[in-house]
Design a binder for this molecule. Structure first.
Ligand code: ADP
Ligand code: ZN
Length: 210
């Protein structure tokens, strides 16, 4: 199964991607996670990406294409994959289509998680990340606002979850990523999922639609 997951920042893409990839036993490829890891480890790639990621801009297409190419060419892509955060603009989507065509593979589903803007702004404002295990939590939901429900680690606000940066990320999303909804709906593989409700409810909706 080869799946692409679309949705605004804060739509719940990452959470759902993790569950769906576990369910179908396919690798979960999050370009955001990969970039953050590279930044943390201060690799060459990370140093190149840092200022873009932290200011809510997209990193260059070359850079993410390189990441995806490495993955596609590796063994772990054989059983399928779930892309989370890629492609993020039309140029990436077209390049991705070319890469898949070269190895005679096709996407099965593109899942678009739909959540309106006011809810997105709400959610991103409550979002905290664990310093230790990187798990993302909502401070409104966690019983103890100061520590990670998973490992007890300290929570912090990701640089790109700061208020001014959120507004910019939403603009980038609307301008760059939203056109992909139409692009994939033209090829008939788009599934629209209502992203409101509990995590479990949204997962149920996705599983039913596949
Ligand atoms: P979110 O979906 O919450 O915005 P991600 O973790 O997917 O966050 O991405 C965080 C940041 O990483 C983006 O704002 C961007 O700077 C960078 N990034 C991730 N994926 C891509 C991509 N495919 N193309 C360009 N930049 C990307
Ligand atoms: Zn943790």
């Amino acid at each position: 199964m080869r799946i692409v997951m679309l949705g605004a920042p804060g739509a719940g893409k990452g959470t759902q991607a993790k569950k769906i990839s576990e369910k179908f036993d396919i690798p979960h490829v999050s370009t955001g996670d990969i970039l953050r890891k590279e930044i943390k480890n201060e690799t060459e790639l990370g140093l190149e990406a840092k200022s873009f990621v932290e200011s809510g801009k997209l990193v260059t297409d070359e850079l993410v294409i390189e990441i995806i190419k490495n993955f596609i060419q590796g063994d772990s892509a054989e059983n399928g994959f779930l892309m989370d955060g890629f492609p993020r603009n039309l140029a990436q989507a077209k390049k991705f289509a070319e890469m898949l065509e070269e190895i005679e593979l096709k996407l099965d589903h593109v899942i678009n998680i739909d959540v309106d803007n006011s809810e997105i702004i709400n959610r991103l404002g409550m979002r905290r990340t664990c310093k230790e295990c990187q798990k993302i939590t909502s401070v409104a939901e966690s019983s103890n606002g100061a520590s990670c429900p998973e490992c007890g680690g300290e929570l912090f606000i990701r640089k790109d979850d700061e208020k001014e940066v959120i507004a910019h990320r939403l603009e980038v999303y609307e301008k760059e990523t939203q056109p992909l909804i139409e692009y994939y709906s033209e090829s008939g593989i788009l599934i629209d999922i209502d992203g409101l409700g509990t995590e479990e409810e949204v997962t149920e909706r996705i599983l039913k639609s596949l």
